[in-house]
Design a protein around this ligand. Structure first.
Ligand SMILES: Cc1ncc(C[n+]2csc(CCOP(=O)(O)OP(=O)(O)O)c2C)c(N)n1
Length: 190
């Protein structure tokens, strides 16, 4: 069954297309993206709530940051459906989690926008930090590195260890904490 995206979403084949839109249209993009996820997951299955909780955040991140040059790391990755749909995988999204289809999680082989292979939780901060340090060595002063992590994943020791490590001088690492039920954002920057 073909699931028709809304008219704005139908014209977004990459975040570059999203960034051409005026800010006033972003709310409509969010509504269309949320509906597209609901329609797909209702019929084809997959994680439901987590991606719905970060629709606005997903659109904002791809609008503000220069992905894929700026590196976006999703923690666990079960909330990255909107990210996949905005990054060239809208028309194949119906294959999500099917044999031979899209992975239900970010996967480096699948897209340049998937910077880190995930599935296990609490790895995003250390991964983004590693990327930020590598950029520092390479003199990539304008490249941003963003970890998106839920409050659940943030409670793990590995995440705390990475936060502690990130206390060392790094160029920039932004951290967004989200919850499915009640999105809250913590922006942390050095
Ligand atoms: C190491 C590890 N333990 C457990 C899980 C199972 N798991 C998947 S999502 C999740 C909860 C994530 O909650 P949160 O970080 O708040 O994200 P949200 O669902 O709110 O987006 C858990 C425990 C996992 N993926 N990895």
């Amino acid at each position: 069954m073909f699931i028709k995206p809304g008219k704005l979403l139908a014209a977004i084949d990459s975040p570059a297309d999203l960034r051409k839109l005026p800010p006033e249209q972003l709310l409509e993009v969010c509504q269309e993206l949320r509906q597209f996820i609901i329609d797909n997951v209702s019929i084809y299955g997959g994680h439901f709530g987590a991606s719905l909780g970060v629709v606005e955040l997903t659109v904002a991140l791809h609008y503000i940051f220069n992905t894929p040059e700026d590196q976006l790391v999703w923690d666990v990755g079960h909330q990255a459906y909107g990210h996949k749909i905005l990054t060239g995988r809208r028309d194949t999204f119906y294959t999500n989690r099917k044999y031979g289809g899209l992975s239900g999680f970010p996967k480096r082989k699948e897209s340049a926008y998937d910077t880190f292979g995930v599935g296990h939780s609490s790895t995003s901060i250390s991964a983004a930090l590693g990327m930020a340090v590598a950029s520092q060595y390479k003199g990539e002063v304008n490249r941003q590195h963003i970890a998106v992590i839920g409050d659940g994943a943030l409670t793990a020791g590995m995440a705390f260890e990475a936060l502690n490590h990130a206390g060392l001088p790094i160029p920039i690492c932004s951290l967004f904490s989200t919850t499915t039920a009640c999105p809250s954002t913590l922006m942390w920057e050095r």
